[in-house]
Design a protein around this ligand. Structure first.
Ligand code: GLN
Length: 246
């Protein structure tokens, strides 16, 4: 299973947010602490998306390399600041390809999206839900993976103007119905709000007066990380977050 993180707050470099914390995404790529039986390390690629100060749509970089092996990203991360960042490291599910385009975040306009988990019985189990997605979207999936297919389901509803919290919660319910036992930690941001689900996998949130971080695993030993209970949705903004049962 992968690990992911979203941050909203005062601008920080990607290095400060993702690479330097004692248990940041870099550490979680080679020494994750709470994988719950879903793989051992997250070496099958990584990605980061961030919102530039200009207000433009997010910039996204991805790679099929382990995060620790990409010196170009380390250099970029030290020189790039943002107040809204989503990062992910990937552990490919057996049978799914290790390619750059399978790494999160997936993006569309203002949106950045990541999935940490697995859809049981994919692809057949998703076929019924995917019938509601435009065929062109299915023909142009980023990669033949469960996560890219989940993004197509979510993106179609976001494009239709549906409420993001509702979209994530009902996507979990629908996929669980069709693919019982799936792990569906979904993470979505538009640069102002973070929506995330905990569905049979680790998730924690830490919010202060001017910042919030939602992450698979706490990045520091601060005491104010709150574990997100299973089958809950967290809606987080700098200064506050809410937890809702799904
Ligand atoms: N199952 C997905 C993939 O292989 C998600 C990554 C993960 O959480 N292992 O791409």
């Amino acid at each position: 299973m992968c690990r992911h993180l979203a941050y909203l707050g005062p601008p920080r470099t990607l290095a400060v947010l993702l690479l330097e914390p004692e248990h940041g995404l870099l550490a979680q790529s080679y020494a994750p602490a709470d994988m719950r039986g879903g793989g051992t390390i997250n070496a099958d690629g990584f990605g980061a998306g961030w919102y530039p100060a200009s207000g433009a749509d997010p910039v996204r970089v991805r790679s099929a390399k382990p995060l620790w092996a990409d010196t170009s990203f380390a250099a970029l991360a030290g020189a790039t600041s943002s107040g809204a960042v989503l990062g992910a490291v990937r552990s490919a599910t057996v049978g799914m390809p290790v390619v750059e385009t399978a790494a999160a975040p997936f993006t569309d306009g203002r949106w950045l999206f990541s999935h940490n988990g697995v859809v049981r019985g994919w692809p057949g189990s998703l076929a019924s839900a995917a019938a509601a997605v435009p065929v062109t979207d299915l023909l142009t999936l980023d990669a033949p993976t469960d996560s890219a297919a989940l993004w197509a389901l979510v993106r179609a509803r976001l494009r239709a103007g549906d409420d993001p919290a509702e979209v994530l919660a009902t996507t979990c319910e629908r996929v669980e119905r069709d693919a019982p036992g799936s792990r569906l930690n979904l993470l979505l941001t538009d640069g102002s709000t973070v929506w995330a689900t905990a569905w049979w996998h680790a998730l924690a949130v830490r919010t202060g007066g001017d910042h919030t971080t939602v992450a698979s695993e706490p990045t520091h030993a601060f005491p104010d990380w709150i574990p997100v209970p299973d089958r809950h949705l967290v809606v987080a903004r700098p200064g506050g977050h809410d937890l809702h049962p799904i």
